[in-house]
Structures are given as structure tokens and as C-alpha cells.
Write a protein that binds this ligand. Sequence first.
Ligand code: CA
Length: 459
Amino acid sequence: MSGFFNQISRRKFILTAGASASSVFLKGCLGNPPENLTGGSSQAVPTAQTVANLAPEQTPETKSVKLGYIPIVEAAPLIIAKEKGFFAKYGMTEVDLSKQASWGSARDNVEIGSAGGGIDGGQWQMPMPHLITEGIITKGNQKIPMYVLCQLITHGNGIAIANKHQGKIGLQLASAKSLFTELKSSTPFTAAQTFPHVNQDFWIRYWLAAGGINPDTDVKLLTVPAAQTVANMKTGTMDAFSTGDPWPYRIVTDKIGFMAALTAEIWKNHPEEYLAMRADWVDKHPKATKAILKGIMEAQQWLDNFDNRKEAAQILAGRNYFNLPSPEILADPFQGKYDMGDGRKIDDKSMAAYYWKDEKGSVSYPYKSHDLWFITESVRWGFLPKDYITNNAAKAKELINKVNREDIWKEAAKEAGITAADIPTSTSRGVEEFFDGVKFDPEKPEAYLKSLTIKKVSL
Ligand code: CA
């Protein structure tokens, strides 16, 4: 046993010399140039007194940071932290949230950093921070070290299917196999994710493979930005897509399709998207990083109070952010109510998106065992070579230990006065179980891969 899942990282922040203890004063206006796709509001920030009480050791080195987001419910903690003044409360009065046109743009923007007009970090599918760190998805394979700092959300994602497949496709695909085979000989079943080799690709692949459909040979998989998924299904070019709310639910409300599965059905309380930042920014601004985390943690707690979710839906649906025709599209899913569009109705709060805590414990905490599942699943489909997982996953663990900064999360949580019960003591959430009964034991990733029938890797 490597002790990977019970070690306590000894890495400490490199303290920046000369950080000033001066009080933080809010600017009269936090607005941004109109051409900037930033959702700013000067009304929701707290009063100057709220931010003036920061102890010197908690006063951030900078008040400003530029974080990217994609307009899906995963981004809610960032948007709420800004709009409800939680970033400002911890001294981050100039957080610029920058809407990204696609995951590819987010990747390009973090490559150049805010100094070059890009972003310092933001919302990521997994394992994008690891792939950027390794230089696998960057231009010229340049290695850009990133740190994963917290998980933003669990649930809130789904697999949407075009209406022409009503009655033929559902969560369980056993009876749909002949349909896929039939289509394969003419126009293969076409499914889209929002960026290759990350979450949405994994959810659709897991669901298909669990039903006996090989995602590499039985269907065609494409990449489409989340905001374009509805349009593409409308024009009939897509049979299925996998992304975050509100997009899957919108095809139901727009009556162009139905939902075969919520990701909450595929893997209850699954890891979803994360906050990650450029390592150079974090190393230079350790206190500001913790201030950002504290703001996000407070937003996550606020979001998990279901009484706040109507207001959350209103803020997110706004023109600056998701630009939805109505906040109602978010309101029902936020309460765990899904009209699946095929006659199936879900009304179960445990299926809603969670931001701070779920049935299994912390959502916000970045468990290393979840990073390992994403790396293992990457090996499953041939996205990463198998030497990441063989040899007791030594290579995967080395990468995860470099990228995952749960130690910073813990420091921020303690500074924010988070109760000890809400701070996990293990970096493993233990054995995970999927809807088809398959289990992932983070101590034995290779055994998990061996147990799977449909996969690309040969072990
Ligand atoms: Ca997602």
C-alpha cells in the first residue's frame, strides 16, 4: 500500500513577503467594459465593514482574478460567490467571471493566463487540469501546471435523446441494442459531448458500455459546445448529447427530445466539475487563493439551502450569465424535479444538484480517489497510456499528488471556520458503485479495468 489515500501533504504555501495588512475598501463600481462577457453587479457586494475585518494573514495579495466559466449549473458557486458578495467578503473585490464560448476556449485562455488576456483558472471538467499540467491538450504540448482546489458540484448533468427515439431508449439499453446495430449500417447513432476525453464523454461512454453498446465502434461521438447542443438536436444532426443543466432539460421543455438518464442515476453522488487554477498564480497568491476558496465554500453552502434556490435560478438565468428565457428551466431541476420527457417523472431531492454536501459527505472537497477514477477511465478508453494505472497506479498517483491541492482546501476551510465534521479526514471516499452494479475500489484501479467488458485498453 502506498499510503496515497491517507497521507497528509506536507506542502505548505510559499508565503509572499510584504503582504499588506491594510483594510480592503470596495470600489464604487465593479463594472467591466461592456464588450467583456462578464456578469458583474455592483449591488450584491457587501458593505465595506464586512470586508474590513480581515486579519493580516488572511488579507489577499491581490483583489483581482479572472476566472472562466461555462453557462451550466456547475458554474453556480462562482456566480453566486460574486453576486452574493462572498468573494468580496474575503477581500476578493475584483473577481472577473469570464464566460467561455467552449471548453476549448477555456483551455486556450488558461494557457495564456490573465496577463495575456486569458484567465487564471476557473471551472473544469475532469481531468482537464491534469491533461493541461501534462501538456496533453495544450498547444505544442506545453506543460502548464494547474492545481485542483475544490469540487464545484455533484449531479446536475444528463443524457438527452432526440424525440425520434421515444420509447426505444432509456436508462437501461439492453432492449435497444438492435436499434444501434440497425443504425450502424446506415447513419450511425450520433452522440455529442462538450469536450473529448472528459466528464461528458465519460458519462455517455459509461452509460452506453453498461448497456452493451461499444462507444468506439457502435456509435459516432462528436464534440459540440454546451450552448449549441439544443440547436444541433433541433436540426436533427444529433441523436444524443451529454452535458450540464439547463441544456438537457431544455430539450424537454422545448419538446425536441427526452432525457434517458440523469448522471445522478448513472452514478449517485458522482464527482462532476472542479475549480482549478494555474499553479503559478496560486503559488504567487496563496492568500488570495484561499480567499477565493472561502468565497466559493460560502456560496456552496448558500446554494445547498433549498430555500435559496429560487433566487439562485434567477441570478443564473440572467442575461449576464446563462441568458435563459426563464429561470423556471432551472427551478425544478434545482429541487430534484425532472420531467424526463418520456413519461418518466423524477421528484426526489437526492437527485438534485448539490454543491457543499451530499449523502456521501463533502461535495466541495477534492477527493484524490475521484481524480484517480477519471485517470482510470481515461486509460479505459485509450485516452491515456495504461502505464498510468499499472504498477499500482504509481504514475497516476504522482500526477494527482502534483495537481490535487486538497491541503489548500483544508487550510481555507479552517480559516473560514468550517466545522471539523465538514472537513474530510481521508482523501479517499472509498468504494464507488455505478448503476450497473460495477464497483470502483480506488485501491485497485487495475482490477476495476479488468472487470469491465467493453473497453479499449487491453490489460
Ligand atoms: Ca458537466
